[in-house]
Design a protein around this ligand. Structure first.
Ligand code: R5P
Length: 280
């Protein structure tokens, strides 16, 4: 059986449909609220799907895990389409906590396994105290792109996103891969130097694991504009899109923004359900 919290409801429904497993609500006492006629056996596995986009969502996940455990199932699997705090994966400034490790430990307490979609850095998986694996939704971004791109360049705004940029290009089937080098001056301000390939007259697909404030994409688009790139498309797996990030990126002059539904936003047009279903 599959259950979810307030976040990631659409992707959960799609996964449940694909796996033909009942989508249920587990009440506080461990009893089940499911569609009439659903066959639920006490010992089956329970899959909990929550994108931890806020502290409230983190708490909701821990509560759902506790409810699931009350049923004494054979296995509890936790799926994090988006894992919050994943960027805080080391001590950047003295005295800072490694928040993703603290969160991973808490999540591990009431689950047997964890899957998360494109974590910011793979090593956060080691913070879980149960087996944890990543799921790659990046290639699915290629499916949303126009099929008539002109000599496309798949461009990563920093070196960290080069791997997923290459996998989007591979899924698209043709194009050059390049990356910018980024230096972050503050939470909202970044400085970037352009890649090696001449972008003039070519279509650009910017690829990142997430867009948060939109500062990175805005800066990348401004450099590409100065260098006379043709059309610019922006893609990301996780559309965090804080505050006015969507308008910031569109205002910068992009043709379109494509993201997966690991977080429900207006640009979440690509389903991550197939790759999640595959590992379940
Ligand atoms: C950082 O390394 C990530 O891959 C993204 O580039 C970053 O999270 C984007 O943040 P923002 O949209 O705030 O510039």
């Amino acid at each position: 059986m599959i259950t979810c919290g307030t976040t990631a409801q659409s992707v959960t429904a799609e996964v449940a449909r694909a796996l033909e497993e009942p989508l249920v609500n587990i009440r506080a006492d461990g009893s089940i609220d499911a569609k009439e006629g659903s066959t639920i056996s006490a010992d089956e596995r329970i899959v909990i799907i929550v994108s931890t986009t806020s502290d409230r969502a983190h708490l909701e996940l821990l509560e759902l895990q506790e409810r699931a455990m009350k049923r004494d199932p054979e296995e509890v699997i936790t799926v994090l389409p988006y894992m919050g705090y994943a960027r805080q994966d080391k001590v950047f400034e003295p005295g800072e906590p490694i928040s993703s490790r603290a969160i991973a430990k808490a999540i591990s307490a009431s689950t047997d396994r964890v899957f998360t979609v494109n974590p910011h850095k793979e090593h956060v998986l080691d913070f879980f105290e149960v087996p944890a694996e990543s799921v790659d939704a990046a290639p699915r971004l290629a499916g949303a792109l126009p099929t008539d791109l002109t000599r496309p360049i798949f461009l990563s705004p920093d070196e960290g996103a080069t791997r997923i940029t290459r996998s989007v290009r591979d899924a698209y089937g043709s194009g050059t891969v390049d990356n910018f080098v980024k230096y972050r001056k503050s939470a909202t301000d970044v400085q970037m130097t352009s890649g090696e390939v001449d972008v003039s007259g070519r279509d650009i697909v910017l690829v990142d694991d997430m867009i948060s404030t939109g500062g990175t994409m805005k800066e990348a688009v401004s450099i590409l504009d100065d260098q006379n790139a043709k059309r610019i498309f922006v893609t990301c797996v996780h559309p965090v899109l804080a505050d006015k990030a969507v308008s910031k990126v569109y205002q910068a002059g992009v043709e379109d923004i494509y993201a997966t539904d690991t977080i429900d936003r207006s640009v979440s047009r690509i389903s991550s359900a197939p790759v999640i279903t595959e590992v379940l």
